[in-house]
Design a protein around this ligand. Structure first.
Ligand SMILES: NC(=O)c1ccc[n+]([C@@H]2O[C@H](COP(=O)([O-])OP(=O)(O)OC[C@H]3O[C@@H](n4cnc5c(N)ncnc54)[C@H](O)[C@@H]3O)[C@@H](O)[C@H]2O)c1
Length: 283
């Protein structure tokens, strides 16, 4: 016969009175690793973490970060680590170095990603494999390495959450619907896999105090989308007019969501997705 489980039913409905909202959003003393943070969405979310009081470890394949990184270093403890998320040994060594340099890991944002634009029937197997290696395996193993450290550290003593850490996957609206004019078969399917990982880990890691959620952006103005706009002028019209709000997203539009998901403000949220698309997914 299975052992009878002990259930503790809470009895104090007044704790909200002692948890002011700006305290809940604070990332003070938290260390957040950001893959793909040398530029684009990842770098902007590094500023969000810093502005909320946290420290930032950026991990990226690029040889050096965007010039804005210097400004980030002025407002928080920040370090840049060059590593390719598809090289597991290097990734593991980099996470070890981050723990040595910062002492802990409280949060992870997986923003490293690529978005090839080519017809399905022309895709070369090696190119498709590369997309999956970066977008899926890179996300998977960065999450595994970060969560191992979070679990090792154990739960924080914060009264409300007593959580051990929070992971934010950057997925995409493309996991839900085919983008108009863009040919992104491997990208869209890879982001579907990222969402599947979010759901599974939201369930599997909850008992360890680790929360896992996703942000799925719509069309956001970054180096990635600007490079595409240079090759495909026709896509610009779609980027502006397809969302219900008739504008492209700015990286600023994602900052609050990232801080919310990393912080105690979202203490009861896991395995979920925030679609930030200007209404693209409901048009
Ligand atoms: N920009 C958008 O409109 C948009 C929309 C939805 C989702 N996204 C997702 O957001 C994430 C960031 O996109 P972005 O627009 O900022 O792109 P970006 O190209 O500006 O930045 C991506 C970063 O990832 C890094 N990177 C690429 N391959 C890597 C690897 N193998 N190892 C480590 N780092 C690697 C790049 O060097 C770069 O710094 C991506 O996952 C992308 O799919 C972007």
């Amino acid at each position: 016969m299975a052992a009878k489980s002990e259930t503790t039913v809470p009895t104090n409905p007044d704790s909200y009175l002692h948890n002011p909202v700006f305290d809940l959003f604070s990332l003070k003393d938290r260390v957040v690793v950001i893959t793909g943070g040398a530029r684009g969405i990842g770098l902007a979310l590094g500023f969000a973490v810093a502005e909320a009081g946290g420290s930032v470890a950026i991990l990226d394949a690029a040889p050096q970060p965007h010039e804005h990184y210097k400004k980030l270093q002025e407002i928080c403890k920040a370090e840049f680590y060059q590593a390719d998320v598809t090289d597991y040994e290097k990734l593991q060594a980099t996470f070890d170095k981050i723990v040595k340099d910062f002492g802990r890991i409280d949060g992870l944002i997986t923003a490293a990603g690529v978005c090839p634009d080519q017809a399905f029937l022309d895709r070369d197997p090696r190119d498709v494999e590369r997309t999956f290696k970066i977008n899926v395996f890179g996300t998977y193993f960065a999450t595994q390495l970060a969560v191992r450290q979070m679990v090792k550290q154990g739960r924080r003593s914060s009264a409300l959450t007593s959580g051990a850490g929070s992971v934010v996957h950057i997925a995409s609206v493309s996991a839900h619907e085919a983008p108009k004019l863009q040919l992104t078969s491997d990208y869209s399917s890879s982001k579907g896999a990222v969402l599947g990982l979010t759901h599974q880990l939201g369930s599997e890691l909850a008992s360890m105090g680790v929360r896992v959620n996703s942000i799925s952006p719509g069309y956001i103005l970054t180096d990635m989308s600007m490079a595409l706009l240079e090759q495909r002028k026709d896509v610009g019209e779609v980027f502006v007019n397809a969302p219900a709000m008739k504008r492209m997203g700015d990286r600023t539009d994602l900052k609050g969501a990232a801080v919310y998901l990393l912080s105690d403000a979202s203490a009861y949220m896991t395995g979920s997705e925030m679609l930030i698309t200007g209404g693209l997914h409901v048009t």
